[in-house]
Every structure is written in C-alpha cells, then in structure tokens.
Design a protein around this ligand. Structure first.
Ligand code: BES
Ligand code: MN
Ligand code: MN
Length: 461
C-alpha cells in the first residue's frame, strides 16, 4: 500500500474547484422522496449520479426500477483476488419546511466559511458524492481501484426504504460482496472520528379518533358526546409514564439489555452532558430513569408523538367539538424489538384504553429493524485505520439513535457484515433548516474512502 499517495493528493488538490461545482450540481436537485411532486427530481438525481459514476470510470451504471424511486447501481470489478465492497448511500433528502427559517434557499447551495449549506449537504449527498469522487481520483491516478466496488445509491431512505428489501431479494446475485460500507452516519460530539456500530429501528403509526360525522356545537353537545381530541389526549398520555417508561404491555419484552462491558464502554466516551444540553437548547434532558443520556439515545427504545392535529386551529375561538383527531406516533427500537410486533402491541393497547363514544383506529406507516454491527470485524478495523490515518485520530465506537432500515436487511437478506463509515457532525441540522457539512470533513472523507479501499486490499483473506 502507498502510505502517502502523493499522486492522489495532488489530483484531489488540482480538481477541488470542479469537485465543488459538481457537488453543488447534485445538491441543486430537489430530490425529496416523500413528496410525489418531486418524483421527477428523484429520478433526475439518480440519473445525475449514474452519469457521474460513468464519467469517473465506474462501469455498468444504471437506474434500476424498484416500483418507487429508482436505485442507482454501478460497479468496478477488476481487482481479482481482492475483496468486494458494496457501498450504500441515499440520494433522496427530507422535505425543507419551514422554508422561512433557511438563511439561503435549501436547493441553492452556498459556501459560508468552512461550511457548505444546502438540504442534503450532509444527509446524504455529501457522502454519496465523496464516494464518487474517491473512485474518480483513484481511477484517474492509478487506473484502477485496489478492491472491487459495487455502488448502491437508493432514493427512498428518507421515506422508509419501502421498496428496497424486495429489490435486494431480487438482486441477491449481482450484490454478492464481502462487506457492506454504509456511508450515512457521522462523527461523535465535537467532530470526533467515530464508527457507528448500532442504529435504532423504527415503528411509525397513525392514530385516528372519530366521533360525530361532522363538527358539532360544543354548547349543544359538550358533556354529552365524547370529544375525539380529548380522547386522543387521554390515549397519548397513557402511552408513557413520568418515569419515561413506555406503558404498552410487552413493549420491553425483546429488548436486549446492555452488558456491564457495553455500559462501561459507553460511559467511557468523551461526552459532556451539560454541553450537549446547551447545544440542543433545552432546559433539561429527560428520559427513562436508570439510564444515561447515551444509553437512552443509542440503546434504549423510545416513543414520541411526531404530529397531532384536529379541530379548530385558526385564529380566535370557534366553539366546536371536532369530528375527528389524529396523531402520528413513532417508536425508536433496539435489538431485538420487531417493528411489526411493536405495532401490534401499540394497536391493541390503544384500542383497549380508548374511551367509549368514539371510534379509534391505528395503522402502521413505516418500519425498520434495529441493527448492531461487529466492532472487531477486519473491515471495521480497516475503516478505523483509514480514519486514524486521514483524520489523525483513532475513532470511537458509538450507537446512534437514528435509523437506516436497510442496515439490518444487508445482514438478513444478503448475509453481509456492515461497516458504517460517515463524516457528518451531530449539529449539522440534518432534516432541519440550514443543513450544512464541514467541507474539511467532506474532503478528508474522500481520502478516508480511498484509504479504506487500500486498507481492505491488504487484509489477508
Ligand atoms: N442518516 C440518517 C440516519 C442517522 C441519523 C444516522 C442519525 C446516524 C445518526 C437517515 O437518513 C435517516 O434520517 N433515517 C430516518 C429513517 C426513517 C425515515 C425510516 C430516521 O432515522 O428517521
Ligand atoms: Mn441519511
Ligand atoms: Mn436522514
């Protein structure tokens, strides 16, 4: 392995301006997967990536149909005897509202100081683009990659990856590999290099409470009919106790408890709880009693209302009993909780506690399983060496509270180990107004990917 690849570095320095232009081109495409009116933009982003991969020298780039937004697949398989890596990222982004809180339009990327500001800059177009640029630089300077690489960029991660499992099953053969590298995670507090080894799963549901066929006069009917909004409030209040414990029967049945060693490892992370609280800007941190903040967010399940609506919300007063009320409720899950079982537990509990006089129904909107990836796998160690070589600091190993549904599927459907290697920062405003990426992380990230391929090629097989 070339310890310092001077040619690669020189190429990356010489091509920096063009690289930023290209990165911004990708960020200009409003590929919001959740909104049907952006389906064309999702396809455009996919086509843009297939074209960029081809121009970089990666082969067989295609838009593969999934029934939803297409998957981008491409490969470069000319390293006989070397391992094969399946790289995963997503080109779709979250919606951008509230628009008025953005300091510049979300799809008009701008560089402010060391930061590039745009929706998707970090989550996840920055990582996807960095992978393409790493391949481009290696192919341009060496004429080849040190390992075989298959690229899989999906367009529905931010809306639950609903079509991806089926596509993985149908494409098992062409997805054979030795390891998956998911680049959709970030560093630890204060931009400390990190490898994520745990992700939470997700169960997302909607509760609908229906009373009278239309809104009725609250004077004429108040005290006589059940109010769906009151009923919904009662239901939601019953889901969680003041101790932060979820009260759905059976909710914790499948939760695998942390071992003493795992708790010690989490406690040893350089985490300043007070600085964390201040960064978020809340008066206090709350949650399940008996667990630390890092345990609660990475290794314990949670339940939250994501949205709640019903009745009159305009200005002034309108005296009605609303005909219906609704809430979106989701749970972050940990191993070995199953989203479908948790949904069923929620549904039967809600129906059981729902007050009489209204009709209460619950339906599931999305789901994803939690995952834990191996910390001692040779590929994880190769990633750690690559991070240390490029960022100058050995990574810490963390459990993230967010979800990447396909992570568990790579293990269960393709039987592959996963390494999560990403460079975004905890306060990057992902999913929020003014998302940004630290351009130094993006640049060093490109070098880390190149270095990781070199490290992997050296791992004895
Ligand atoms: N990149 C995130 C997942 C993530 C969040 C990783 C925080 C590490 C730290 C991903 O794009 C995401 O937002 N996932 C969704 C999944 C959902 C829509 C099924 C999430 O976690 O809400
Ligand atoms: Mn993401
Ligand atoms: Mn996201």
């Amino acid at each position: 392995m070339t310890v310092t690849d001077a040619a690669l570095e020189a190429h990356l320095v010489a091509t920096r301006k063009g690289r930023y232009d290209s990165y911004r081109d990708l960020l200009r495409i409003p590929s919001i997967s959740a909104l049907p009116q952006h389906a064309g933009d999702c396809r455009r982003a996919a086509a843009w990536l297939a074209d960029a991969l081809t121009r970089a020298g990666v082969e067989h780039a295609e838009l593969a149909e999934t029934g939803g937004h297409p998957v981008v697949y491409a490969d470069w398989l000319h390293a006989p005897g070397a391992p094969t890596v399946l790289v995963y990222g997503h080109y779709d982004v979250q919606p951008v509202d509230p628009l008025e809180l953005w300091t510049s339009p979300p799809f008009e990327p701008v560089i402010v100081g060391d930061r590039l500001l745009a929706r998707g800059a970090a989550d996840d177009k920055g990582h996807v683009h960095a992978h393409v640029m790493a391949a481009e630089a290696l192919l341009a300077t060496r004429g080849g990659l040190p390992v075989n690489v298959k690229y899989l960029f999906e367009g529905e991660e931010e809306s639950g990856s609903v079509n991806l499992d089926r596509w993985l099953e149908e494409n098992r053969e062409r997805l054979t590999a030795d390891v998956v590298v998911i680049s959709d995670t970030g560093f630890f507090e204060g931009n400390r290099p990190a490898i994520t080894i745990g992700l939470r799963g997700l169960m997302y549901a909607q509760i609908d409470v229906v009373g009278t066929p239309v809104d009725v006069h609250s004077g004429g009917y108040g005290g006589v009919v059940e109010n769906p909004a009151n009923a919904l409030a009662q239901i939601i209040a019953a889901l969680k106790g003041p101790d932060g414990r979820v009260r759905i029967p059976g909710f914790y049945d499948d939760v695998v408890a942390l071992t003493d060693d795992e708790r010690a490892a989490m406690a040893a992370l350089p985490f300043d709880e007070e600085a964390y609280r201040q960064r978020i800007g809340v008066p206090a941190l709350v949650g399940e009693v008996g667990f630390t903040v890092l345990e609660r967010k990475g290794a314990r399940p949670s339940l939250d209302v994501n949205g709640i609506w019903g009745g009159f919300t305009g200005e002034g007063s309108k005296t009605i009993i609303p005909a219906h009320a609704h809430a979106k409720v989701s749970c972050r899950l940990v191993t070995a909780q199953d989203p479908d079982r948790i949904f069923e537990a929620l549904r039967s509990f809600v129906v059981e506690i729902a007050p009489p006089g209204v009709t209460t129904t619950v339906h599931q909107l999305a789901g994803g399983r939690p995952s834990l990836t191996p910390q001692d796998h040779p590929a994880t160690k190769a990633a750690a060496r690559a991070l240390e070589a490029t960022f100058g600091e050995a990574p810490v190993y963390i459990r993230e509270g967010g979800s990447i549904p396909v992570c568990a599927s790579f293990e269960s459907i393709l039987g592959l180990p996963v390494v999560m290697l990403g460079f975004s920062q905890p306060d990057e405003h992902a999913h929020a107004p003014n998302e940004w990426i630290d351009l130094a992380n993006y640049e060093t990230g490109i070098r880390t990917f190149a270095r990781m391929w070199d490290e992997l090629a050296e791992v004895p097989r």
